[in-house]
Design a protein around this ligand. Structure first.
Ligand SMILES: C[S@@+](CC[C@H](N)C(=O)[O-])C[C@H]1O[C@@H](n2cnc3c(N)ncnc32)[C@H](O)[C@@H]1O
Length: 201
């Protein structure tokens, strides 16, 4: 296996169309979550890191969200997204390593997590938690899905358990929701936790 810390690993997967994680649609639980947000949320700054083909970004944009930032360090899916959404603000399409984003330049009201955490090297999970907390405004939220499953392989997706996540995130986040998702995509039914966590003061 290549190095999951490197953009080249992921870029190659897109070039070879070896993207088994790609659902080709907005993740159903995230669509339901987005649909119940109040109108005022549309002005909030939202980050979608490791967005890939970014169906969630497309959906947010189509619903009228005005301040969405897409980050991925593989250029291929960003190029595709820009072709599918030619009017999407180019300065909000960021081809960069999530861990290199500078909190002084980027601050978000909430972050949408969708198969990004499971793509990073498990040895970097605490770094993920810290970086996420740094990029959020006070009271900012991390919302999304985490796998509740051990895939038993030394390659992505890297799974985990509710106990591990609770312990790991508790350093920087208060958990508001972390429970089995009832409306996952059929292929992920019973293997996802819906999470909503608020950064600690
Ligand atoms: C498993 S894919 C998921 C893509 C998308 N969220 C989805 O659900 O279809 C993981 C994505 O994260 C990106 N990625 C992995 N590590 C990254 C990092 N450190 N910084 C930015 N993007 C990263 C990869 O390029 C890839 O597009």
């Amino acid at each position: 296996m290549g190095n999951v810390n490197q953009a080249e690993f992921w870029q190659q997967r897109y070039e070879q169309d070896s993207i088994g994680w790609d659902m080709g649609q907005v993740s159903p639980p995230l669509k339901v979550y987005i649909d119940q947000l109040p109108e005022a949320a549309k002005e909030q700054a939202v980050l979608v890191p490791g967005a890939g083909n970014a169906y969630e970004v497309g959906y947010l944009y189509e619903q009228g969200f005005t301040n969405i930032t897409l980050v991925d360090f593989a250029p291929a899916p960003i190029k595709d997204f820009a072709e599918r959404y030619p009017d999407f603000p180019a300065d909000k399409l960021i081809c960069a390593d999530f861990f290199d984003l500078l909190p002084k330049q980027h601050q978000f009201d909430w972050v949408l997590e969708q198969t990004f955490f499971c793509a990073i090297n498990p040895a970097r999970r605490d770094e993920y938690v810290q970086q996420m907390a740094r990029l959020l405004k006070p009271k900012g939220q991390l919302v999304g899905l985490l796998f509740d499953k051990d895939f038993g392989r030394n390659e992505p997706p890297f799974g985990g358990t509710k106990e591990e996540y609770q312990q790991r995130f508790s350093t920087h986040f208060d958990t508001e929701i972390m429970e089995q998702s009832y409306n996952s995509h059929p292929a992920r039914q019973g293997s996802e936790l819906f999470i909503k966590m608020r950064v600690k003061d």
